[in-house]
Design a protein around this ligand. Structure first.
Ligand code: BGC
Length: 729
């Protein structure tokens, strides 16, 4: 391929070696090619040389994961890879597996786990690993982060997303995007927007108020663009107010490009473009997909895509203005320059111990201690026999879940993690307890065997919950997986019965749950002394879990979503008028998503948003709330009042005492994770701008800040408020 355009590859090469972990001081990021060439001038020059046919070749896929390039002018293809929590294995240009390629990668904890750290620096570290490994594998775009709001516990893809809260969503997203892009690789904020369930995701139409759109569903994307500077955004499959997201001029042009100032490329979700004229007119810049019927024939003709040859014909016969195509091509060229697809790419690194350490650090901070009545931490010297029960103790999850699947270099299971930590210091037995099979119920023989094991042990550790489906095994990708939703919030495989039996046989049983979100625990929650949420914790998850259980790591994870007692308590199921299996999804709960609903409607959750226990205690004292110009400065003393070092997520919620439109009882507007040695005190300070007090008034079509009294609440969770203060605007 000719290369008429030269970038300073050497600078990029040197800079790419700057891998850093979350704890290191801020590094010098790799040099940005914007500094070295005038990208817009280069784009102008290329635009004047491109033929119509070449331009059209660039706006649709050239294989399952590449956009079209123009060899004559040295314009490369953009090479993409899923996914949100690990660079996906090679599957050939058209999904044919490339055997024998060294493509086992670092497998990071999933999105909900990352969000549970409430640590944006770890978001950055997470993104850095992905960017670095993408470079190593010659990829230009990481198809992540996934930042759809967690609206219902049933969405099969919640594990890939982050949270129910728009503020936490924005903070974690920005870290992730910057982490990826500082490596010279593009992030792709997906799925824009309102892809909040998987049921008929290519047909569902979502209706919601402008207020819900602005306050809940858009802030993460806005932050990805305006603070993270994401180079690409992926348009979702679903319709929004009757238009496919990939065809929506309102979403793509009016909001994303014009209002938010997004100047990168919008990529369609795979096969999300459905119509040539609508796509040409709207702000979708690149049609991606993999025509499945054509794939089956082994002969895919990408020029037949909606944004393929038809566009050439339509321009030539005067139906389409070529200027519309130019706008798309310019954005794609801008992306190509930004990611250094032209010139020398940074080498990146692959599966280094440093990357594995990031996976470990995130898992350590992601695990949430939901309940603990004296069982944890376990004592290494005193715990002589441990009965481990449950199929998730030995199950690996990396390969499941759909497009986010990762071929993990390794994956330490919970049982292995316990064995690694304890060696021969304890006698560790294992009983499967239940069988992972489609539609499987409880198995009395396995329950009896598990009961026998736990009866003889000092302590039992139950590891169950959901699983990541394996599409090869089960057509429906069961449970936590793309393209399917859960039928209910109940534990699969008859686990309730098993847990009840195990708890009855040995009350010193620790319940560890894996999965992307909550399960209905009503049958045994009150009997269980200790419950731990471990998500899908990545390749180092088993080691991290063992460290948390034995107190080598003091847990600091906090729930990024409310865990309801039962499904019907969740607003998408109690307030929304359309059933979940309806092609018309009307989000009638509006802004009352997650804790905004539970707190305003006084519904008791099983475990509240922001909840997570520690082995130490924190006290909050001396709140000060002060207005300084157009900001409010809030400060508080936080003391580690226990006898172990630990980290606390200090959460700041705002309540508007009186407003013209109904507002939630409280909204998260700031947080800080502080590490405190035992006995130490830190004054934690927050500065709030006007946006922390405003709401979107859809009767006026703008954000408004009403005068009046606001209460600032500081706490350890949304339901554990420790200090309050008022401020007048
Ligand atoms: C998913 C996207 C993914 C794409 C490519 C689609 O089915 O919705 O999230 O990036 O496939 O694998």
């Amino acid at each position: 391929m000719t290369k008429p355009i030269r970038l300073l590859g050497l600078i990029l090469l040197v800079a790419s070696c700057c891998y850093w972990s979350a704890c290191d001081p801020a590094p010098t990021p790799p040099a940005d090619d914007n500094d070295t060439i005038d990208i817009e001038a280069e784009i102008d020059s290329l635009m004047s040389q491109l033929t119509l046919e070449e331009k059209v070749r660039m706006i649709h896929a050239s294989s399952a994961f590449t956009s079209g390039g123009v060899e004559r002018l040295g314009i490369p293809e953009l090479i993409m890879s899923d996914g949100p929590h690990g660079v996906r294995h090679e599957h050939g240009r058209d999904w044919i597996k490339d055997e024998g390629v060294r493509d086992s990668s670092t497998y990071l904890p999933v999105g909900t786990a990352l969000a549970a750290t409430w640590n944006p620096e770890l978001g950055y570290a997470f993104g850095s690993v992905l960017g670095s490994e993408a470079n190593y594998r010659q990829k230009d775009i990481i198809l992540g982060p996934g930042l759809n709001i967690i609206r219902s516990p049933l969405n099969g893809r919640n594990f890939e997303y982050l949270t129910e809260d728009p503020y936490l969503n924005a903070r974690m997203t920005v870290g992730y995007v910057k982490g990826v892009q500082d490596q010279g690789v593009a992030a792709c904020a997906k799925h824009y927007v309102a892809n909040n369930l998987e049921y008929e995701r290519e047909m569902v139409n979502v209706e919601m108020s402008d207020r819900a759109l602005r306050e809940i569903y858009l802030p993460g994307f806005k932050a990805a663009v305006q603070e993270g500077g994401t180079y690409t955004v992926m348009a979702a499959y679903n319709k929004f107010r009757g238009d496919y997201c990939a065809h929506s001029e309102y979403l793509l042009d009016t909001i994303l490009k014009m209002e938010y100032g997004f100047d990168g490329a919008v990529i369609s979700d795979w096969n999300a473009v459905k119509n040539t004229m609508e796509a040409v007119n709207a702000g979708i810049d690149l049609e991606m997909g993999s025509d499945l019927p054509m794939l089956a024939t082994g002969n895919v003709d990408y020029s037949k895509f909606h944004m393929g040859d038809t566009v050439v014909t339509l321009v030539n016969n005067g139906t389409v203005d070529e200027a519309l195509i130019d706008k798309k091509v310019r954005r794609l060229l801008r992306t190509i320059f930004r990611v250094n697809a032209i010139g020398e790419r940074a080498p990146g690194a692959y599966n280094t111990p440093e990357h594995q350490q990031v996976a470990r650090d995130i898992a350590d901070e992601a695990i949430v201690l939901l309940k603990n009545e004296g069982l944890l931490p376990l004592n290494e010297g005193e715990t002589q026999s441990i009965a481990v029960v449950g199929a998730n103790a030995t199950r690996k999850h990396a390969g499941g879940g759909g497009s986010s699947q990762v071929k993990a270099y390794y994956e330490v299971t919970p049982l292995e993690g316990l064995q690694n930590l304890m060696g021969d210091k304890a006698d560790i037995s294992y009983a499967e307890g239940y069988v992972v099979e489609k539609g499987g119920g409880s198995n009395s023989d396995l329950i009896a065997a598990a009961v026998e094991q736990v009866t003889q042990a000092d302590v039992a550790i139950y590891v169950g919950g959901y699983i990541h489906g394996y599409s090869d095994e089960w057509n429906d990708n069961a449970y936590d997986a793309e393209a399917t939703d859960k039928p209910d919030m109940l534990l699969p495989f008859g686990q309730d019965e098993l847990i009840e039996a195990v708890l009855a046989a040995n009350p010193n049983t620790i319940i560890v749950l894996m999965g992307g979100g909550p399960v209905d625990m009503q049958r045994w929650q009150s009997q269980a002394k200790t419950i731990v949420q471990a998500w899908y914790p990545g390749m180092e998850g088993g080691n991290a879990l063992a460290d948390v259980l034995f107190g080598n790591v003091n847990p600091s994870g906090k729930l990024p979503m409310t865990f309801p007692v039962k499904l019907e308590d969740s607003p998408a199921h109690s307030l929304a008028v359309t059933g979940f299996e309806s092609l018309e999804q009307d989000y009638t709960e509006g802004i009352f998503v997650g804790y905004r609903y539970f707190d305003s409607y006084e519904v008791e959750p099983a475990f509240a948003f922001g909840h997570g226990l520690s082995y130490t205690t924190f006290t909050y004292e001396n709140i000060a709330v002060e207005k300084k110009d157009n900001t409010v400065v809030v400060s508080v003393n936080v003391t580690n009042s226990g006898d172990r070092d630990g980290a606390e997520v200090v959460q700041l919620y705002v309540n508007d005492n009186e407003s013209a439109l109904p507002r939630p009882a409280q909204e998260l507007k700031a947080f800080q994770k502080v590490e405190l040695t035992a006995g130490a005190t830190e004054r934690v300070e927050f500065t709030l701008g006007e946006d922390a007090f405003s709401y979107y008034d859809d009767t006026q079509g703008k954000w408004v800040l009403e005068h009046g009294t606001f209460t600032i609440k500081l706490g350890s969770s949304s339901r554990d408020i420790r200090q309050e203060g008022n401020i007048e605007w």
